[in-house]
Design a protein around this ligand. Structure first.
Ligand code: NAI
Length: 324
């Protein structure tokens, strides 16, 4: 649960969220849960309307099950979120701007150019939710590029605390410090990259997992259900609580011992990894059929709710264990 007491001094502060889709809505709820005044902007008025309805439904479900990340009431959290179709109204007076428009480089560059043109005080943080575009490619044209960075959430940010902060070569450390401090106030767990790289940390690791999973399924070493089980009932148990090197460190008598015992084996397996390829052709069609049998496309929303309930419960459990 976010420590809202730490955010008390900031309750008069305004957060601008640009784009009210999946990620924009989740950021809006997160900030509102800590008492920030959120203004949510979108180019499509109907989208803003449905975003508000969805936010209400998501928050109500969390509060009903006691899985909310806030000590505020449901009505108070909702009261901290308002919407606008005017970009200038959204960003003016904000201490932090989180852009969440679709993953399109030209669109994002244009949206940031518009934001950059609106006069803002020097300490406002410019943050993009981009999943994989390096920040230098989105900010080289900005007058205020020294305050620009990626703040990439793990989806959905409301239930997944990790946020990767990725500075461009020209981003001032003070801007990253402000973003990091704000993330901590709202109960997120920021990691800061020293320099930019395609996919940052999370999408790179995810790409590596998908790469290997695709080989195992497409070359018929294992069926998709077993592959998924290896993650959810095996590796996932560790990785919900610790990272890959920590796992190796305690699986033997320290990392040096682990490396001595298993390092060559790991290298040997890595040598058998195939070249990267697009997931297409008959193997991709079979994979699609298998996944559809498991969760038909018209049941994806139910499956998301199923996942979100479990992620909320895991988050609460982890917080409780950390307090022990
Ligand atoms: P989405 O498609 O659900 O939402 C995008 C929203 O932006 C829509 O409401 C759309 O109307 C609005 N929009 C389009 N043009 C706009 C403009 N010029 N100004 C303001 N709003 C505009 O997309 P989603 O999934 O929320 O992704 C947003 C960003 O977050 C992307 O960069 C994506 O890569 C990133 N991201 C996505 C994650 C995911 O799992 N979906 C996870 C983490 C980051």
């Amino acid at each position: 649960m976010a420590d809202t007491s730490k955010g008390d001094a900031a309750t008069m502060n305004k957060i601008a969220i640009v784009g009210s889709g999946l990620v924009g809505k989740s950021w809006a709820m997160l900030f509102a849960c800590s008492g920030y005044d959120v203004m949510l902007y979108d180019v499509i008025p109907d989208q803003l309307q449905s975003a508000q309805e969805d936010i209400e439904a998501q928050l109500s479900a969390l509060y009903k099950e006691g899985l909310q990340r806030s000590s505020l009431t449901l009505a108070e959290v909702k009261g901290h979120i308002c919407t606008t179709t005017i970009l200038e109204e959204c960003v003016t007076g904000a201490i932090y701007i989180q852009e969440c428009v679709p993953e399109n480089r030209d669109l994002k560059r244009d949206v940031w150019r518009q934001i950059d043109d609106v006069i803002t005080p020097d300490d406002v943080v410019f943050a993009t939710s981009t999943s994989a575009i390096v920040p230098s490619l989105l900010s080289d044209h900005l007058k205020k590029r020294h305050r620009f960075m990626v703040a990439h959430p793990a989806n959905p940010p409301l239930l997944n605390p990790m946020v990767e902060l990725v500075p461009a070569p020209w981003t001032e450390p003070a801007a990253v410090d402000r973003a990091r401090a704000l993330m901590e106030v709202i109960g997120q767990v920021p990691i800061v990259l020293n320099k930019e790289i395609d996919g940052f940390v999370q999408a790179r690791i995810q790409a590596a997992i998908i790469h290997v999973a695709w080989q195992l399924v497409s070359e018929d070493y294992v069926d998709v259900e077993s592959l998924e089980t290896a993650m959810s009932e095996g590796l996932g148990g560790w990785y919900a609580f610790m990272g890959p090197f920590d796992v190796e460190h305690i699986n033997a008598n320290g990392f040096v011992d682990s490396n001595k015992k298993y390092g060559a084996m790991v290298e040997q397996v890595q040598k058998t990894f195939p070249k990267p390829e697009l997931m297409q052709g008959p193997a991709a069609e079979k994979l699609t059929r298998d996944l559809e049998q498991w969760t038909p496309s018209n049941r994806l929303a139910d499956r998301c709710r199923w996942r979100d309930r479990r992620m909320s419960a895991l988050l609460q459990l982890k917080r409780k264990l950390d307090e022990e």
